[in-house]
Design a protein around this ligand. Structure first.
Ligand code: CA
Length: 503
């Protein structure tokens, strides 16, 4: 048998491809993550099947869609007796570990399984002095979470058996809300970041879901999100101390009152008289905090790649960098994810493996997170079990422009109108040219959902002519034939994967 390669899978939480410099947007610089792209392949159309943390992680580990693994919302933990890719790799000769964010449940029925070593953050985890659950034991680690996850990863790699291949899932908490940067990075990005052209989107020509979502930078960010407090005695904090932190939303000033906000770390004061002035401040504050947390991830990736170089492991290791979904960075006025719109649907996906993956290559074929597990098993030379629903990406990694790759991406968001974000449930497909979305607007009494029953709607976006997704053309006569074809593709995809249409 050919030597089994090591697999280093690095995943961030909520890292939009736009915030990786090799994707070419130019809002930040990530030289170490870019090393993976420069020495390997960048995927431009890798998509998540359900754009939130827990379901995406379940899809990655099991290679199945969420109606199969039953992890449909943030409140449906993953039964750890399900088969998963770590179990297959472990029995197939690998030493396996997961370090960092887990977010698939806690306790003996939900803790990581299939891993020789696991050290994970409970729930969302903390940025500073985080608690870990390590092999079932609670352990508080002093320091910054991204550094600690990196240290633990390097430590495990250092002690790994040199005679056996390894599979390490290094899962960062960052850049997840509430975007707490390392103190040394708090002054990065002195210059303002360009505001996306759709920041002031009025949500016309779209399904009702877009206007109803409570994910707006202007209205829905909290004091904690932006590292702000109000002065002592302020309306938001009452009798509490000045350093009281709050998950309450920051109000917009009205015509008669001035809003005063204070940086919780430096004590700096900010005063606002208008909603517009405050909106610009919120965007800059949000995007800079987000990008600053990514600076630490980039440093972490550099340390891991250096470790591989120093220990002569680079040529034998498949390295992947991805995120559990995309993220809105002010497009359509939003932060957060959940929607099938492109910024949230697209996962960054970079992979390098010198002997097989051409350096500096770009793949524009459609890939999905259910494909990751089959890909690992393919590289490991192990059988891809028939229950897995994804395809191995190895043929694409060998040849980016492969001609007979007919994949469409299927997305389904189940968590109808959760109280925090009010995003509507939907399913649909993304092809190379089009995106079809059916807003079915039902909760089905799943944990974390609202009952539903709002009017159902369809959306069609022409991804080539309207990449910003500002015009729903579902009712345009010119697209009638295309819609019929796409509905058939959607039905076939649902039949293939065994998901039931909502009528
Ligand atoms: Ca996430």
């Amino acid at each position: 048998m050919k030597k089994q390669p090591n697999i280093l899978f690095i995943m961030a939480d909520d890292h939009a491809s736009k915030a990786i410099s090799s994707y070419g947007c130019g809002i930040n610089h990530t030289p170490n993550i870019d090393r993976i792209a420069n020495e390997g392949m960048r995927f431009d159309h890798c998509y998540v099947t359900n754009s939130i943390c827990t379901p995406s992680r379940a899809a990655i580990l099991t290679g199945t869609y969420n109606h199969v693994n039953a992890v449909t919302t943030l409140e449906t933990p993953m039964n750890n007796r399900l088969p998963n890719v770590a179990k297959h790799l472990k029995t197939g000769g690998y030493q396996t570990a997961i370090i960092g964010k887990w977010h698939l449940g806690e306790g003996s029925a939900y803790e990581p399984s299939g891993f020789d070593f696991w050290s994970v953050l409970p729930g969302q985890g903390d940025y500073f002095d985080p608690l870990f659950i390590e092999m079932g034991e609670e352990l508080v680690e002093a320091g910054y979470v991204t550094d600690i996850i990196t240290d633990k990863s390097i430590n495990w790699l250092s002690q790994a058996d040199k005679q056996k291949p390894f599979f390490l899932m290094c899962h960062h908490k960052a850049p997840h809300r509430e975007w707490e940067p390392h103190p040394k990075n708090r002054s990065l990005f002195a210059d303002d970041v360009v505001v996306p052209s759709t920041f002031d989107d009025d949500y016309k020509n779209r399904a009702r879901a877009a206007a109803e979502a409570k994910m707006r930078i202007k209205d829905d960010l909290t004091y904690d999100d932006l590292g702000l407090v109000q002065p002592e005695g302020g309306a938001e904090i009452g009798e509490k101390s000045r350093l009281f932190s709050s998950k309450r939303k920051i109000p917009n000033p009205d015509d008669t009152s001035e809003l005063c906000l204070i940086d919780k770390d430096t004590g700096e004061n900010f005063k606002f008289n208008s909603r517009e002035e405050l909106s610009q401040f919120k965007y800059q504050r949000y995007i800079k905090r987000y990008l600053r947390t990514i600076a630490s991830i980039d440093e972490s990736v550099g340390r891991l790649l250096d470790f591989l170089d120093t220990h002569n492991l680079t040529k034998d290791t498949l390295v992947i960098y991805t995120s559990d979904q995309g993220f809105f960075l002010g497009e359509h006025g939003w932060f957060d994810k959940r929607f099938m719109y492109e910024e949230s649907l697209q996962m960054p996906f970079l992979a390098k493996f010198p002997s097989e993956v051409p350096a500096g290559s770009i793949c524009s074929q459609i890939a999905c997170n259910v494909d990751f597990a089959p890909t690992f098993l393919d590289f490991a030379g192990l059988t891809i079990p028939s229950y897995m629903q994804g395809e191995s990406l190895r043929p694409l990694l060998n040849q980016a422009d492969i001609q007979n790759w007919q994949q469409v991406a299927y997305h389904r968001y189940w968590m109808h109108r959760d109280p925090d974000h009010n995003a509507y449930s939907h399913y649909g497909i993304r092809t190379q040219k089009y995106k079809l979305i059916y807003w079915y607007n039902e909760g089905f009494d799943l944990p974390g959902t609202n009952h539903g029953g709002e009017d159902k709607e369809w959306e069609l976006f022409d991804c080539e002519n309207d990449p910003l997704e500002l015009f729903n053309v579902f009712n345009e006569p010119n697209y009638h034939q295309i819609i019929l074809q796409l509905i058939q593709i959607l039905e076939e995809k649902m039949l293939e994967i065994g998901d039931e249409p909502v009528h």
